[in-house]
Write a protein that binds this ligand. Structure first.
Ligand SMILES: Cc1cc2nc3c(=O)[nH]c(=O)nc-3n(C[C@H](O)[C@H](O)[C@H](O)COP(=O)(O)OP(=O)(O)OC[C@H]3O[C@@H](n4cnc5c(N)ncnc54)[C@H](O)[C@@H]3O)c2cc1C
Ligand code: SF4
Length: 357
């Protein structure tokens, strides 16, 4: 624990966003990072709890109190090593993870958790800037070959770990670019795709063979994978969208989020959006948009519609409006049901609840 009284002396301070008027003119990330001195001060708020609930709240069990301490001490390089010991891609999670660690943080009982996600992102961004992140080429090869099917974050992390353990890994992806929903679902304004490309280059240097535009079951059979590899990892994600089974859902203006979002990400990358457009291209420009579903994917559709210049955006949700502040006695340290207002909502959107479409 860097500073015993840090949490008593300092208020929580987090990253800010660029002005909505400015950020709506492009699809780039718009988070304004905290300067290094402020990050160190924020890291000093960590109490190094006897039971670090943050650590348990994190799905990959990031060793949060340790890197908070190291950042407070200014030892960014070791902080990066501790962070990488549990997390292959902290620059992804530092941008788009919903941060259940912060909900679990003991200081969240007072609504002022440690700014864990921002500190995580700063550690890894600094690591890349300083050139500390290099390919980790295995010293010994095992002679075993593994096929990983599906290149979302699960497949990428799996392929990287297996290659570092000395196996010969081939990563198969049916789309023309690697990354799964990170690449095609999550809008660029939440996470720019160069971050994925940079990791893929690191993975190639570590020996991972990337096979894009190769659908297992179509271009390569499962039998051939079984013949040519010692093990096969299935990391194909969950691609079947939930359909809206009501009259009118088949009309041309009613589209699934993943058609809409993928097309925009492809446009941004300069790719052929029609490859993701079985029902034709769609743009919200000048249109009145209703987003059905009040979750994060819906919120991404709000942000994308506003960037495309929609005339209006309304998001509707089947559940009742949740409370602004959760009942901590009932929810902490678990993930609370509460009203969440995303950066996309702040950019302009009407929201309504308890609506069955
Ligand atoms: C719009 C949207 C926004 C999201 N935002 C966030 C967020 O902000 N924060 C967050 O934490 N999570 C977010 N998520 C969830 C997150 O993206 C997923 O949980 C995560 O990507 C799942 O990873 P995965 O590797 O299991 O699968 P996926 O990312 O789905 O990757 C699976 C890959 O397997 C490939 N594949 C499937 N079958 C085959 C085959 N037969 N041959 C070859 N390749 C195949 C697919 O093409 C795909 O590329 C979001 C999801 C969506 C849809
Ligand atoms: S729960 Fe919060 S204060 Fe406690 S160790 Fe984790 S980050 Fe630090």
């Amino acid at each position: 624990m860097g500073k015993a009284t840090g949490f008593l002396e300092l208020d929580r301070q987090d990253r800010s966003y660029a002005d909505p008027k400015e950020r709506l003119t492009h699809y780039k990330e718009f988070i304004v990072p905290l300067p290094e001195d402020k990050l160190k001060a924020q890291a000093s708020r960590c109490m190094n709890c006897g039971i670090p609930y943050c650590h348990n709240g994190c799905p990959v069990n990031n060793i949060i109190p340790d890197w908070n301490h190291l950042v407070y001490e200014g030892d960014w390089k070791n902080a990066l090593e501790v962070l990488h010991s549990t997390n292959n891609f902290p620059e992804f999670t530092g941008r788009i993870c919903p941060a259940p660690c912060e909900a679990s943080c003991t200081l969240n009982i007072d609504d002022a958790p440690v700014t864990i996600k921002s500190i995580e992102c700063a550690i890894v961004d600094k690591g890349w800037q300083e050139g500390w992140i290099e390919p980790q080429i295995p010293l010994h090869k095992t002679g075993k070959a593994v096929a990983v099917v599906g290149s979302g974050p699960a497949g990428m992390a799996c392929a990287q770990q297996l290659a570092r353990a000395g196996h010969s890994v081939t990563l198969f992806e049916k789309n023309d670019r690697m990354g799964g929903l990170l690449r095609y679902g999550i809008p660029d304004f939440k996470m720019e795709k160069d971050l994925i490309n940079r990791r893929l280059m690191q993975m190639q240097a570590e020996g991972v063979v990337l096979k894009e535009s190769t659908e297992v079951g179509v271009h390569v059979s499962m039998e051939s994978l079984r013949e040519n590899f010692d093990a096969v990892v299935m990391s194909g994600g969950a691609e079947e969208a939930r359909q809206l089974t009501i009259p009118g859902a088949e009309k041309s203006g009613v589209r699934l989020a993943m058609e809409f979002l993928t097309q925009q990400n492809k446009r941004n990358a300069g790719d052929d959006e029609m490859r993701a457009a079985p029902r034709g291209s769609i743009l919200a420009t000048g249109k009145h948009v209703i987003v059905i579903g009040g979750g994060d994917t819906g919120s991404d559709c709000v942000g994308t519609s506003n960037r495309q210049g929609a005339a209006s955006v309304t998001q509707i949700e089947i559940m009742p409006k949740p409370p602004v502040r959760e009942n901590k006695a009932l929810s902490w340290p678990d993930w609370p049901m509460k009203l969440r207002t995303s950066s996309s909502h702040e950019e302009g959107c009407e929201r309504d609840w308890s609506i069955l479409t």
